[in-house]
Design a protein around this ligand. Structure first.
Ligand code: WT7
Length: 658
């Protein structure tokens, strides 16, 4: 242990809770615990969030729960998300910066609300002119450039739900999502910068279009004035469309609160990703509400969430929530260690960032890089967030001391693609911080922990179990796009009485394990299903396995999660080869490439391990859990249900031979 580690350990043993600084509490958007009582008036409490928005038509029913789990929020209400994120700020804040963008190469753009209004209107006109209709899903495959939020908000303006696909996803992943959403329009870009290189991005669209079962129109943004790479003549350059529609304004379409705003595909326990469908009114209200109460965002703040807009965190906490509140949201195109490891702190200093939002993986990285990259950078956060994975108390304390200077609050926020916004989190001026715990239920949210038989365990007893949510909330997904049955099967069936029409009998299954300590704080233990969390990105083990099975040499495969000091979890791929095929570097390479092609480079395995058999139950089911124990150097545990326990033992001996 280094001296620094010893000091951290000592401090953590001494101190379990950390109080928010008085200065923070005095200025906080919400500091009176009465907020919880107001939200206990269910469902009316949530009107407080809806009232943060501008509605064209007031809702007449807060919650229609007559057909669970198809809940409807703010029924009868009408609004437009783009108008709420832009137009309504024009009078007071038109010249203030909405999006503060920094490109990897050092170029910057300060896009005021007025400029954002112009750009979004022109793009909305362009989309409409190219035939995008209300309710058509537009797939957007774009990196962290301003054109991405501009496209999203333009879609929202004309009532076309967007489906943003993270730029790191491969051509295959893109075509799967275009097919699943039946998108007639795909918006992409020629390329972008990553660690100093200009990456050709359009080639993914080129390849994907070959696998799309219909013929979508492809609209292409350019990273510079002219495309830097070849763009097919079949595609339309957005720049040309914008020139045709220069200065045009498009009236924001009044959307029903329940009309979908977007889809976000996420991994589940089967090979096919699920299109989580989010509604306009409830989602936007929840995004604005949590940005206000949890993120403590004020219009005059500079707020920086370092996530990628291609994931749900970026949707809610870079685009919709912050812009709905009229603040300045920072977007950075590139890598945090380019050109060197102080890039993050240079940006924080240059823009005088007040609120900083990142992942535990990033914190662990900063910690590994060392404090010398921070020193000398003059920034002062008042509020910091972590999200996406559990944060170890050691990393938490390091973040608190070295990034927060011991005078910023930290909120550890638990939520999911499906939940739209934070569900378990402290309100930073109200509860004390407790390193390693996400904290208490957000206002109006009813988490609970159930045992495997579906019985609630006693609250605040520290007993581990399945994390569930017992009551609906406005940010929740509406359904899995085009597949109501899967929606029920994935999230509700296990702990609900599915024959009942009484919403009390319906319980949302999060898929995570958790414990609630005697102080009421929840600690999240991680996924209980076949979903991994790699550096805060969700990956389905089945998805990886289905990519591996594309390789001819492979007979069978199983993916197990290995704990990793930096990324939290990483995938180990266990593979058996077909008769007559020898293990080789080429086969290993083929497997890695197949995963990169099927999902993306970010899903690359930690190790490919060739074995002669996989551990199976008597009914032939592969026991991944055992492989996980082996990957993590743990005891095998109970092997009595195995058809042949010696298989697992042999794999263990093979891997841990030394
Ligand atoms: C899964 C959801 C929505 C945030 C980005 C990830 C894990 C999320 C925490 C936290 C421990 C967390 C859970 C969850 N997770 N936040 N604060 N502490 N674990 O969204 O890809 O939908 O993944 O991330 O396992 O189920 P996602």
């Amino acid at each position: 242990m280094s001296d620094q580690d010893i000091e951290l350990e000592a401090r953590l043993t001494e101190q379990e809770y950390f109080e928010p600084p008085e200065e923070f509490v005095e200025q906080a958007n919400v500091s009176d615990p009465a907020v919880y009582d107001r939200f206990d008036e269910f469902p009316e409490g949530f009107e407080e969030y809806a009232e943060m928005l501008d509605w064209n038509e007031e809702w007449d029913t807060v919650l229609d729960d007559s057909n669970p789990p198809f809940y409807e929020w703010f029924v009868g209400g009408e609004l437009n998300a783009s108008a709420n994120c832009i137009d309504r700020h024009l009078d007071d804040r038109g010249d203030e910066t909405a999006i503060l963008w920094e490109g990897e190469e050092g170029e910057t753009r300060h896009i005021s609300y007025r400029e954002l209004h112009e750009e979004v209107n022109e793009m909305a006109a362009a989309l409409r002119a190219s035939g995008v209709e209300e309710d058509e899903v537009v797939t957007i495959h774009m990196p962290m450039v301003p054109a991405l939020p501009v496209t999203m908000l333009a879609c929202a303006r004309i009532g076309a739900p967007h489906s943003v696909v993270f730029a790191g996803f491969s051509a295959t992943a893109l075509s799967d999502r275009v097919n699943s959403a039946d998108s007639d329009h795909v918006v992409t870009i020629d390329g972008y910068y990553r660690r100093g290189d200009f990456l050709n991005h359009i080639e993914k669209a080129d390849e994907a279009m070959g696998n799309v079962d219909h013929d979508p129109e492809v609209l292409v943004w350019t990273r510079h004035d002219e495309p830097e790479v070849d763009v097919s003549d079949d595609y339309t350059l957005v720049a040309d469309l914008l020139a045709e529609h220069e200065g045009e304004e498009v009236e924001p379409v009044s959307r029903d609160a329940e009309d979908p705003l977007f889809l976000m595909y996420t991994s589940g326990t089967t090979g096919q990703p699920k299109g989580c469908q989010h509604r306009t009114g409830g989602y936007l209200a929840y995004a604005a509400g949590t940005c206000n109460y949890v993120e403590d965002i004020k219009p005059e703040d500079t707020y920086w969430c370092s996530a990628d807009i291609g994931w749900i965190t970026g949707h809610t906490y870079i685009v919709y929530g912050p812009l709905a509140l009229g603040t300045t949201t920072v977007m950075y195109e590139g890598a945090p260690d380019y050109p060197d490891k102080s890039r993050t702190w240079e940006i924080a200093e240059a823009y005088d960032v007040d609120i900083f939002h990142t992942s535990p993986t990033a914190v662990r990285q900063f910690m590994k890089w060392g404090t010398e990259h921070i020193e000398g950078h003059d920034f002062d956060f008042r509020h910091m967030t972590t999200v996406g994975e559990p944060i170890q108390p050691e990393a938490w304390l390091w973040y608190y001391q070295h990034i927060g200077g011991e005078d910023a609050v930290i909120v550890d926020t638990w939520w999911q693609t499906e939940t739209g916004g934070h569900l378990i989190t402290n309100l930073p001026a109200i509860q004390d911080m407790k390193p390693g715990s996400a904290g208490v239920a957000a206002p109006g949210i009813e988490p609970a922990i159930y045992d495997d038989d579906g019985e609630p365990v006693d609250a605040e007893t520290g007993q581990a179990g399945n994390l569930v949510i017992e009551r609906p909330w406005p940010g929740m997904l509406q359904t899995v796009y085009g597949d109501d049955e899967r929606f029920i099967a994935e999230y509700w069936e296990r702990f609900s009485d599915t024959d009942s029409n009484d919403s009390e009998d319906w319980v949302y299954e999060a898929g995570d394990g958790a414990v609630q300590a005697t102080d009421g704080y929840y600690r999240i233990l991680g996924r209980l299903d076949d979903v991994m969390n790699v550096a805060g990105h969700r990956l389905g083990t089945m998805e990886i396995e289905s990519a591996v099975s594309e390789v001819d040499a492979v007979a069978e495969s199983a993916v197990a999660s290995r704990e990793d000091a930096e990324k939290g979890e990483v995938p180990d791929v266990y593979v058996t080869l077909r008769e007559g095929v020898e293990e080789s570097e080429e086969v290993r390479q083929e497997i890695v490439e197949s995963i990169e092609e099927g999902i993306g480079k970010f899903a690359r395995p930690n190790e490919v391990i060739f074995v002669d058999d996989l551990p199976k139950t008597r009914s032939g089911k592969i026991m991944r859990r055992l492989l996980e124990n082996i990957s993590n150097g743990e005891d095998l545990g109970n092997t009595t249900t195995l058809r042949d326990p010696s298989v697992a033992e042999r794999i263990r001996d093979q891997i841990h031979a030394d």
